[in-house]
Every structure is written in structure tokens, then in C-alpha cells.
Design a protein around this ligand. Sequence first.
Ligand SMILES: [Fe+2]
Length: 389
Amino acid sequence: MLTNKLKFYGLGIGLRDEIQKDILNYLEASSTQTLIQWLEIIPENYINNGGLPRKHFQEVLAKGIPLIPHGVNLSIGSAPQNKKRLEFDFYLLKGLKELFQEIKAPWFSDHLVNSRIGSHYFQELIPVPFTKEAAEVVANNIKYLEDYFQIPFLFENPSYYTTYGLRELREQTFINLVLEKARCGFLLDINNVLVNSINHKYLPKPFLDDLDLRKVVQVHLGGLKRGYTSKLTGHSIKVLDSHSEPVSDVALDLFSYVIKKTKVKAVLLERDANFSEEGFLGLLYELKQIRGIMDSKYDSEEESETEKTKLATNPTENIISTEPVALETEANNRTASSLIDNKAANVNINPAAIPSTSSIPAIMADNDLIKNQLANDLDFLNEELSDLG
Ligand SMILES: [Fe+2]
């Protein structure tokens, strides 16, 4: 399904349970200027019997904040068993369709993986073999899903920690082939490219250059953490796509590289774990960093005005200041409460709507600690990448 007519959604974050209250408070307090322009939801969490309540969805939508679903269970890499076409779980599809219609989802996405055999789902996202036959299977599954849901589908490149012995195609050729056959959109997870590049020993920029970036509709930006060596098998994983740490500077640099090459409709700060380390204010800090990169891209483009106009005319999507966050320049002797004031002033939110200072962990109150942590990660990543180059 065509994706080039989709509108620009800007920057978003995942509506996860742990930060849901903070996000709703933030949106309440920042009715005219916000770093959060849309929210990603994991749709499977909200459907059928036992799903989480959706009552706040209409409240969010009424504020002009779109909800965009990102699924985890469609398993588009699963092959048909004794049938011409893969049999999807219609209980799942029906629940998803009702939800997509309710929230007026502009598109939906899922991972380029296999996570189901027959009626058995498993937790892990297993990579699909990079073969022409698998590309055909995936493309047929995507076409079926788009036909069923009647909205565009994007697939996401996953991180993976093992490979199949035989590789008929390079990963980037495989991704391009699926895009071509399925005629769908692409959700480029930049951190997954970085994680895979280190674990599987290739340089991320040439990999990105080989991808058909014109098909990128959405970008995911998440954090990684150092991997481990299995005591049992000796198998070593250098980095893990953990979604539990701040986005690394290397990933931000790759993001900057990508958005110079293509028009992206939506960008997500992908954080799913370890919220207590830095608190919601830490996420606002990261959003601000990402937004700065996005705004500088628009400023440097002739057509930027079009995008900005689109953004500014949406009542909840005004351009924010791109001045550096005070946290970066006045790091020392900062108390948690002054951190709130500076951050709140910077993003124009009402400090009263932000959680109490006691919920801000020490790591965010001490900027030097964060800087050291990020600097260490950067040194580590740069070392790994220079070994590859
Ligand atoms: Fe992702």
C-alpha cells in the first residue's frame, strides 16, 4: 500500500505503563507546545479479553495526539504449513482491526521476524532467513494483512543474535526485496542496525547506504547495553538492543545521517525498560536532543518550510525552541528541584504536573554521572566500530 501520501507526525514515545501517568500529565500541562507529538502503543496489550483499559485513548486523541500501533505478534516471517498461505490468528486480527479503527491508526507495523509456529507464540523475535523464498513468504503475508486492515503496513528490521548457516542474500538486499515485493513501508530501527553491525561485524553507514531509504516511513531510536559471554556455551554477544538506556551518540549520529537522505514521517524514542534510572525527565531530555536533530534538518532544507507549516498548523504540534537544554551547560551543584525547573522552563511545561522530586533518581540530578556513562558507552562503541573499519 502506498505510503508517500502519509502526513508528517513528528516525534513520539511509547505509551508504556510505567510512564503513562507522566505522559498524560505532561500532555495536560503542555497544551500548546510539546516534545511528544504522537504516542506508540503495543496494540496486543489492549485487545480482546483481558486487554488493558483504553479509556484514556479518546482523551489523548481529543488533544490531537495521534496513537500509532506497533505490534509484536503478527509474525510476518512465519511460513504456511501445508497451505498456500499462512493462516493468521483471526481472533488476534479481529481485535487489532477494531482497535485500529477506534484510534484511526494511520498505519501499523510489526517486526520482520518469526515468532509463531502454528498456534504457538514464543517470546523471542527469531530472524527470518535471508532468502528469496522467505522474501516471497513475508511479502505475501504483508499483502494479506494490508488487505485485511486497509491501512499501510511497515515492517521493522530486528536486532538478532544468531544467524543461519546459509545466507542466500545480504540482509540489506533481503530487506529491499521484501519492500519491493510487498510494496509496503519500512520502519527503520537505527539502534538495531548499530547493534547488528557490532555483533555481526559490519559498518553501519554502508549498510544504511545499501537500503532503499525512500521507503522509510518511521524511525525507531532506542538504547543498547553491553552484552555478555555465555558461561555455558562460550557464545559472546557484544551489545544488546535493550531499550533500557539512553540512545547512544553513535545512534543519534546515524539518525542524523539517515534523515538527511530521506523523508521520515515519524520518529520514536523507544524505551521499554529501566525507567527508574533517570525518570521521565530523562526521557524529555532525550526527546529534546532528537528534536534538535530533526529541526536542524528542516532548517537546512529548502522544503523545510512546508513541513514546519504542517507542524505548526496542527494545534498541538508547534515548533519548540532548539536552545540547548540548561542541563548540558550548568551541570554542577544542581539539585533535583532546580533540574525540574530548568527542564520544565525549557519545554514549557507546568512543574506542578511533573512527578515529585523524590521520583527523580540521583543519576539524573548529577549530570556528570550521565555524561560519564554516555562517554564510556561512546568510547566502547567507537572502539568496536573502529575495529570493523
Ligand atoms: Fe524498534
